[in-house]
Ligand binder design. Structure first.
Ligand SMILES: [Zn+2]
Length: 222
């Protein structure tokens, strides 16, 4: 029997030896279990994880959906600004340093705006860092991605997530430097992290910001 407060769960049985538990993006409990394991064992396992489950579910429920309404706050370089809906403003999204002016569809226009701004900001910075620290990359591509902030391919093609336009400039610089460091070291060894730290001594603060705020940036893709 599940304890009070624990909702029903999805059970996936397979040829595995151990139990695992996950909370999916909707807040539902998903349990993976060995084929013949007794249900009472599975449910007491879920009960033992009650605190962890509730914490995860609360976090998911507190993430509010973006509605692109007047007055809703949106990030720009790490600070948040209100949205003002206007009927026929051109261009369809504008940022005046105090607020966003929007006419038309919120999601597609804001994404296009962030991409545009991000490219303008990043291009000179990546050139500056690669010259200053002697990194050699081939191409930079800009995408919106739910799982990664950046990546660097085997031929030193760099991909950057333009949702980063919402993060502070120091966080953008960290992601640039992280990917540029991959042009020299492809893995995440201690040697790699030493190079990141040598290039950006306070990089851990930026990692922390992404950890705490990353889901707010990703929410734009929901
Ligand atoms: Zn990396």
């Amino acid at each position: 029997m599940l304890e009070n407060g624990l909702t029903d769960y999805q059970l996936i049985r397979s040829k595995r030896k151990s139990l695992s538990i996950q909370i999916d993006h909707s807040g539902a409990i998903v349990v993976r279990a060995p084929i013949r394991l007794d249900k009472s064992v599975i449910e007491s396992f879920i009960n033992s994880k009650k605190k962890w489950i509730e914490k995860k579910q609360n976090l998911i429920l507190s993430r509010k959906k973006i509605s692109y309404k007047d007055g809703e706050m949106f990030y720009y370089l790490g600070k948040s600004y209100p949205l003002e809906i206007t009927s026929n403003h051109k261009p369809s999204v504008d940022f005046n340093g105090e607020k966003f002016l929007l006419s038309g569809d919120g999601k597609s226009n804001l994404l296009a705006f962030y991409k545009d701004q991000f490219i303008k900001i990043v291009q000179p910075r990546i050139e500056y860092f690669s010259k200053k620290f002697d990194f050699k990359y081939r191409n930079v591509r800009y995408r919106k991605q739910k799982t990664v902030w950046g990546s660097c391919g085997p031929k030193n093609d760099i991909n950057l997530n333009y949702l980063l336009m919402m993060s502070p400039i120091s966080v953008i610089d960290y992601v640039l430097i992280h990917e540029l460091c991959h042009t020299k070291i492809k893995n995440h060894s201690s040697q790699f992290w030493n190079l990141v730290e040598k290039t950006m001594p306070n990089y851990k603060e930026q990692v922390k910001w992404l950890k705490h705020h990353g889901h707010e940036l990703h929410a734009l893709l929901d």
